[in-house]
Design a protein around this ligand. Structure first.
Ligand SMILES: NC(=O)C1=CN([C@@H]2O[C@H](COP(=O)(O)OP(=O)(O)OC[C@H]3O[C@@H](n4cnc5c(N)ncnc54)[C@H](OP(=O)(O)O)[C@@H]3O)[C@@H](O)[C@H]2O)C=CC1
Ligand SMILES: O=C(CO)COP(=O)(O)O
Length: 298
């Protein structure tokens, strides 16, 4: 029996911001592993009984979470995570397809710092789904301060959202090394070309990378200390250990694991991804200055 209509699963920064936004027009519930003092906080069983679910847990945790917790009862799902599974290189839509039919799931993408959404500041986002009905149903829940667009390019949006996190790390490194505005613009624009090349291999549409899900989210994240991934890059440039940076961050920086996933997939399918490769090497201990030299030389 359904206990409610709409619920967010995962009460991290993004889950809470989406819960705030979706509560403007509809009674929206939220759940997380640890109980939080948030209006309409419910237990997992209650949340899972809702017809519409927004899932905002880190990409690396999703498979395990679905295996342990998820029971499909015709819910419609909107995935809010941005990452690629590092252990397998699987895209999130592939993982979810083991649990939920394609025409019942959508993926939200675009430039959206949780800290701004939770203040009700305006933004434009994309709901990507093989089913336009999913877009129509979920977009009705979004408040007036969020404009929603539809796209059927699920894999393109997913790759763009995941890849930009790796490029945000690179951009943070660029800033931390004081390489200047020219270098950062070069890095971001070559990064956009690189993620589009990677996406093309998996059937993504070029236009997705030029719109909100690609350029929009990349320009946002690779230019601001509000981005956790960018801050990881800043820390790496000053030779701090990854462990220390992530401990201080205390929140997920998806680019760290996604760099491993992209490296795995690029090697497997021989895709030329020089920036992501250097980010992975820096995360593994290479000096950022050596990476810069190698990027310029090759
Ligand atoms: N923050 C932002 O601005 C945006 C984030 N995103 C994406 O949304 C996703 C979540 O990010 P965000 O909310 O910011 O991250 P946070 O680090 O703030 O929160 C992560 C959330 O995931 C939950 N969680 C962690 N591990 C597990 C697990 N094993 N099983 C179940 N739940 C788990 C945590 O639960 P618990 O409370 O129980 O510990 C917490 O609620 C990421 O993929 C991110 O890239 C997308 C757009 C914007
Ligand atoms: O995806 C985001 C904004 O669109 C958030 O980026 P960070 O995870 O780097 O903070």
């Amino acid at each position: 029996m359904r206990k409610g209509k709409l619920a967010v699963i995962g009460a991290g920064k993004w889950g809470q911001a989406l819960h705030f936004a979706l509560s403007q027009k509809e009674e929206c519930y939220i759940t997380s592993r640890s109980k939080r003092d948030i209006k309409n906080f419910v237990d997992l069983e209650f949340a899972l009984s809702c017809e519409y679910l927004v899932i905002a847990i880190p990409a690396q945790e999703i498979r395990n979470w679905l295996e342990k917790n998820f029971v499909y009862s015709n819910q419609k799902i909107l995935v809010a995570s941005k990452g690629i599974e590092a252990s397998t290189g699987a895209f999130l839509n592939e993982i979810y397809s083991n649990f939920i039919p394609n025409n019942s799931i959508g993926f939200i993408s675009g430039p959206s710092f949780a800290a701004e959404v939770i203040q009700g500041l305006p933004c434009a986002l994309v709901i990507n789904s093989k089913s336009k009905k999913i877009y129509e149903e979920f977009s009705k829940f979004f408040p007036n301060f969020i404009k929603t667009y539809y796209s059927s390019d699920v894999v393109g949006a997913e790759i763009a959202g995941a890849y930009k996190n790796v490029l945000a790390i690179a951009s943070g490194i660029c800033e931390g090394l004081n390489l200047g505005n020219n270098a950062k613009a070069s890095l971001i624009s070559r990064g956009l070309v690189e993620m589009q090349r990677f996406g093309k291999y998996f059937g993504a549409k070029k236009m997705t990378f030029l719109g909100l899900s690609g350029a929009g989210d990349l320009f946002l994240t690779a230019n601001s200390t509000m981005s956790r991934n960018y801050r990881v890059g800043l820390g790496l440039a000053t030779n701090r250990s990854l462990e220390e940076i992530l401990k201080e961050l205390g929140e997920v920086a998806e680019g760290v694991q996604t760099a491993n996933a992209i490296d795995k997939l690029s090697k497997m399918y021989k895709i030329y991804t020089p920036i992501a490769k250097e980010v992975k090497l820096i995360l593994d201990g290479k000096s950022p200055k050596d990476s810069l030299n190698d990027l310029i030389k090759n």
